[in-house]
Design a protein around this ligand. Sequence first.
Ligand SMILES: [Mn+2]
Length: 318
Amino acid sequence: MLFNTFQPGKFAFASEDIDLDDLRAQIQNDESNSPIDFLKSKKWGIIGVPFDSTCSYHNGSRYGPTVIREASFGFENFNSRFGRSLDGEFFDCGDLNIVHGNCERTCGFVEDAAGELIDANIKPILIGGEHSISIGSIKALANREPEGDLSDITIIHLDAHRDIIDEYIGEKNSHATIMKRVHDLNPKELIQIGIRSFSLEEAVFVENNENITSFETKHLFNGDGFGYLMQKLATLKGKVYISIDMDVMDPSVAPSVGNPTPGGLIVGDIEKIFALLYENPHVDIIGFDLVEVATDKLGDITAVLAAKIIYDFLTLFA
Ligand SMILES: [Mn+2]
């Protein structure tokens, strides 16, 4: 390809289109195919989910997939931070049809679409959209586990907020309750990073659940706090799903998010977290999402940073 020009619906450097039906048929006919083949797969599939309906502050995350893809064309194929080229195999499936105003049905569509990728040994990447959509991918993965839940999967959740109340203004399915819905699926461990805003009810819930580990910014950015996080990630084992709410970043570097919250992470923090997970041979990342970029402005700095995070992720894990 001579030109690296923005194509609507494609992340930069994405492989050409795939025939999912064909891939799934091949896998179904392959008797030697096993769950390990999915686990060790380095193929990723991007699904844009332009859904914002339950947002409690700034709306606009429905434009996230478009502005993030557009920003992705500003990067070089060679990723100098990691000394590697982005030449792994990944596909961009485009944007999902969503049901405006209906979180449950939209997340059902996400679950179906992510499931189609997984059944072709392709790991799902969601670009949001609001945070509630993560449950689609996570359920698709849980449904394919022997226990039908997350008891063998660690969730790494980067966010300014805990998102772990049972209902938000009477709603069970909301961007403010997403990690409670995840916790309902019995995760092996839920690791929350960058937390700095939550209710007392959420604090009590976290305290009473041994499978939740919390790295609040007040600890991360004090003394050896970040070092403890690094130690934790270096000792992780097994299947890991990563969910990044862009409001985990400091609003000085990522202002265009649904709920900006001062005192957050900077770019190098995410790079260090990815590098450490990449260097840990005992971890298999099985899914990833990046949500809550809320802007309709092309070239918005938050969209550029979001594209860089996805670009870094693909450079290391594709
Ligand atoms: Mn948040």
